[in-house]
Design a protein around this ligand. Sequence first.
Ligand SMILES: *[C@@H]1O[C@H](CO)[C@@H](O)[C@H](O)[C@H]1NC(C)=O
Ligand SMILES: *[C@@H]1O[C@H](CO)[C@@H](O)[C@H](O)[C@H]1NC(C)=O
Ligand SMILES: *[C@@H]1O[C@H](CO)[C@@H](O)[C@H](O)[C@H]1NC(C)=O
Length: 212
Amino acid sequence: MSISSEKSDIELQPFEAVDVLGKNEKDSDRPKALLLLLAILLIVIFSVYFIFVNLRYFGIKVEKECPTNWTSLNRTMGEWCVQVFFGNINLAEAQQICSNNSAVISSIENTDELQLFSKMAQVSHKNYIYVGARRTEKCMNSKLSDVCTKETSFEWTDGFTKGVEGFQWEDTQPDNHLGDQKCVVLGVKTSLLDDERESAMRGGVICGARPN
Ligand SMILES: *[C@@H]1O[C@H](CO)[C@@H](O)[C@H](O)[C@H]1NC(C)=O
Ligand SMILES: *[C@@H]1O[C@H](CO)[C@@H](O)[C@H](O)[C@H]1NC(C)=O
Ligand SMILES: *[C@@H]1O[C@H](CO)[C@@H](O)[C@H](O)[C@H]1NC(C)=O
């Protein structure tokens, strides 16, 4: 007897609850329903906004930008961001500075960039900054020759530079002095290049990166 009575109580309760809700909706719950709609609408708007703003983190680039204070360049291959960093540094340290800034040592695509990079470096009183080029394998132990010319002795290393217009050298350079000059620096005053030892302490580096 007692068990069946408890059962019927349990069965009744959900029915009563539904009934109460039904009544209330008719009378005083319209404002609540409107609030609910408004909340859903806000959630939808926020979700769309959140997804749009964060698309880049899912690999879909909405708008790419250079980092704050970096300079944007129009290259043959697309937009390129550059910034000069100063110090008394060798090539390895120059690479480290760029890599710490999610960048590589920037190469030089043309005359405009030769002039721009040296101008950017002029705020310091440095004479030379590292740029992204290395001596080619075939010219590793060579001076200038018919095979190893001013345009073929070195190659760009930033992976985003086309052509050889940027290979404009100071007088008598690149001379591979002591057969040991495997990298390249930019003369801040001359806007021209010089080949250099990897261990040479120079005044800075031009770093480059794709916008992200
Ligand atoms: C950008 O340059 C300004 C002026 O030199 C400087 O105050 C600011 O800290 C720099 N911002 C960043 C993110 O480097
Ligand atoms: C860069 O190149 C694009 C397309 O070639 C052009 O629309 C844009 O104006 C250029 N920007 C600058 C700063 O030269
Ligand atoms: C690069 O970052 C590392 C780790 O933060 C730091 O130890 C190192 O000094 C940085 N190097 C340069 C050249 O800024």
